[in-house]
Design a protein around this ligand. Structure first.
Ligand code: ADP
Ligand code: ZN
Length: 429
């Protein structure tokens, strides 16, 4: 049941002892990098875990300023890999790994995969981007370590994805949630019946972008599988930071490798357990490029209580969005995930949507384009009008403004193999 029983079920006392030891080592190591050296990190004394609060935060902007090598704290000859974030929110940042870093990361990913029931002998198709993006290679190495036959398709070429899944009897896939929905659309249009054509398929790992519980259900129901949420970011290696166990009640965040804080992004103080805030992470095992108190900008909450799976590492809630995803429309704060939640729970609604923002006169205007199931466009057209009105009403209740809603046919909205572009902001500034 456990990949690494000792570490996964370690007592909280022992875990904190381990964290304190690793935090001291990390701070000492990081102080050797030009960036942290200039911040005087050497002068900070760590005697307890709560001393973390005395240390400076590191932001994405700091990483950009330290570009290219400013945060590296080992001789360059020791580095074996460079990765970069996707650049969803600006210039990408780079992270370097030693061979030891790659091994630790690979082991963390194997731990996650084992936890959800992936085993040697599984056939694993990795539909997430390879290259600079960490999602592809990160999962790839972990799956191979476990002994899975690993197929590095990357995203795109959806028909071939489905053919490979059928021909090689794929049992596990790793896929971005929006692409998983597109895979379902394509399978449906090709007449693929999962039970008949993909009988071995049983697990999907959904990672790299925010998605709602409703989206997970859509993927699970269509394919007749179990889907697990996987969270990570390039600055903290990539996938393998936090992952759902089979209980699916939040994601275990691996505290032997990351020191976890959740802060109020305005006051920067810790929030209470259970309260939503910004996740802040410190690497505890990284050699090449340790990062102290990294402000992920991802919004979540620490969950209290023990997990029935027996793992002692804390869990975090599903990421509800990034603090910088927030849209301000007519003065109201809105997260795209709120729109997704309303849409994906509705009968008749398909698997893709997009939010367009426009200026009309001096006012902001929001248009929600949403694909419908193909059977919605035949028969009684009144039901389309009813559905549209229901969507408008429920969106208004959730986001407090009244959007325009356009109903579209399957396949008419853009899809991307990578992270979905959910919001097109065409407002005049
Ligand atoms: P970028 O910030 O350029 O997108 P990455 O490619 O490293 O960089 O992506 C990491 C980010 O992706 C995370 O900070 C988070 O915002 C998002 N992310 C990754 N996994 C998940 C997940 N399971 N749920 C929600 N968001 C996720
Ligand atoms: Zn658990």
């Amino acid at each position: 049941m456990y990949w690494d029983r000792k570490t996964e079920t370690i007592s909280r006392d022992k875990l904190e002892e381990l964290q304190l030891r690793r935090l001291k080592e990390t701070v000492a190591k990081a102080a050797d990098s030009p960036y942290y050296n200039a911040l005087g990190l050497k002068d900070y004394r760590i005697t307890t875990l709560s001393d973390i609060e005395k240390l400076p935060f590191t932001t994405k902007q700091d990483l950009r300023e330290a570009y290219p090598y400013g945060m590296v704290c080992v001789p360059k000859q020791k580095l074996v890999r460079l990765h970069s974030s996707s650049g969803t929110t600006g210039t990408p940042t780079v992270v370097f790994h030693t061979i030891g870093d790659i091994d630790t990361w690979t082991d963390l990913v194997a731990r996650c995969l084992y936890m959800i029931g992936v085993r040697k002998g599984d056939i694993f198709q990795n539909m997430i981007g390879y290259g600079l993006f960490t999602g592809g290679l990160g999962l790839h190495y972990g799956a191979e370590l476990l002994g899975c036959l690993t197929i590095p398709t990357g995203p795109g070429n959806t028909k071939r994805q489905l053919r490979f899944m059928r021909d090689f009897e794929v049992s596990v896939v790793h896929v971005i949630p929006s692409y998983a929905l597109h895979l379902a659309d394509t399978a449906e249009s090709l007449g693929v019946v999962p039970k008949r054509d993909l009988p071995r398929f049983r697990i999907a790992i959904l990672g790299a972008e925010p998605h709602s519980e409703k989206t997970r259900k859509k993927v699970e129901n269509f394919f007749g599988i179990r889907a697990f949420n996987s969270y990570g970011l390039a600055e903290m290696n990539g996938p393998g930071v936090a992952f759902e166990c089979q209980e699916k009640q939040g994601m275990h965040i691996w505290e032997d490798a990351y020191l976890v804080e959740v802060i109020n992004p305005h006051t920067l103080a810790h929030v209470k357990p259970g309260e939503i805030g910004e996740l802040v992470l410190t690497t505890l095992t990284r050699e090449g490029m340790p990062i102290i108190r990294y402000r992920t900008r991802d919004l979540t909450a620490l969950m209290s209580g023990e997990c029935a799976c027996g793992r002692t590492h804390h869990r975090i809630k599903r990421i509800s969005g990034r603090s910088d995803d927030m849209l301000i429309i007519k003065g109201v704060n809105i997260f795209p995930m709120q729109v997704e939640q309303v849409l994906m729970g509705k009968e008749g609604v398909g698997r893709n949507y997009q939010i367009i923002l426009e200026s009309r006169g001096h006012n902001d205007h929001m248009i929600v384009r949403v694909e419908l199931d193909s059977n919605m466009f035949v028969g009684d057209l009144n039901k389309l009008e009813e559905l549209k009105n229901r969507i408008i009403r429920d969106l208004r209740d959730e986001i407090l403004i009244t959007p325009e809603v356009e109903l579209c046919e399957v396949g008419s909205l853009p899809i991307s193999g990578g992270k979905a572009v959910r919001v097109v902001d065409a407002r005049e500034i």
